[in-house]
Design a protein around this ligand. Sequence first.
Ligand SMILES: C[S@@+](CC[C@H](N)C(=O)[O-])C[C@H]1O[C@@H](n2cnc3c(N)ncnc32)[C@H](O)[C@@H]1O
Length: 178
Amino acid sequence: MAAGKSITVIRIGHRYVRDYRTLTHLCLVSRAFGAEAIYLEEIDDGLAEVVGEVSRAWGGDFQVREVSGWKAAFRQARDEGRTVVHLTMYGIPIQDRVEKLAECEKVLVAVGGPKVPGEVYRLADYNIAVTSQPHSEVAALAVTLHELQGGEELKKEFGAAAMKIVPSEKGKRVEKLK
Ligand SMILES: C[S@@+](CC[C@H](N)C(=O)[O-])C[C@H]1O[C@@H](n2cnc3c(N)ncnc32)[C@H](O)[C@@H]1O
């Protein structure tokens, strides 16, 4: 993570049918791209287990936390001094706000599902679009985390791992640490 940056993520909306894979990907992208926690309105045991297993194997202390609702998460974010950045294709293109966003040291990034309440747009500090085209919360989140940290997250070291990848031109090399 960029020095001093503290980023959390919230997925707005209850778990949707057949959405398990998207939720898992939101958690894994948040973790890999330098966020410290994701807030969900409902946590499936299987999901917490999968993400916990990834952290035990590959390191870091990424947290999956339950929150009673997005408003509570926004309130908590404000109490923590976070800027709330809601991702939506209807927002201002990220390239037009990237300098301002990069100045924010503490951020809550909010992504939606199929339907986001209109109030979210009003209560967020920024409504940001990653292209003005419909796509996916997973893609929008990855690009936003990258831009917020100026690419520093690509060099993040994950502590206390059981194993570590040794990057190689061809094939797979994994070093066991424990
Ligand atoms: C299936 S999309 C719903 C699209 C929705 N109509 C919207 O407002 O972006 C689910 C989530 O993906 C994110 N998303 C999709 N396209 C996006 C884009 N171009 N820019 C930013 N976020 C996007 C938003 O967080 C959205 O709530």
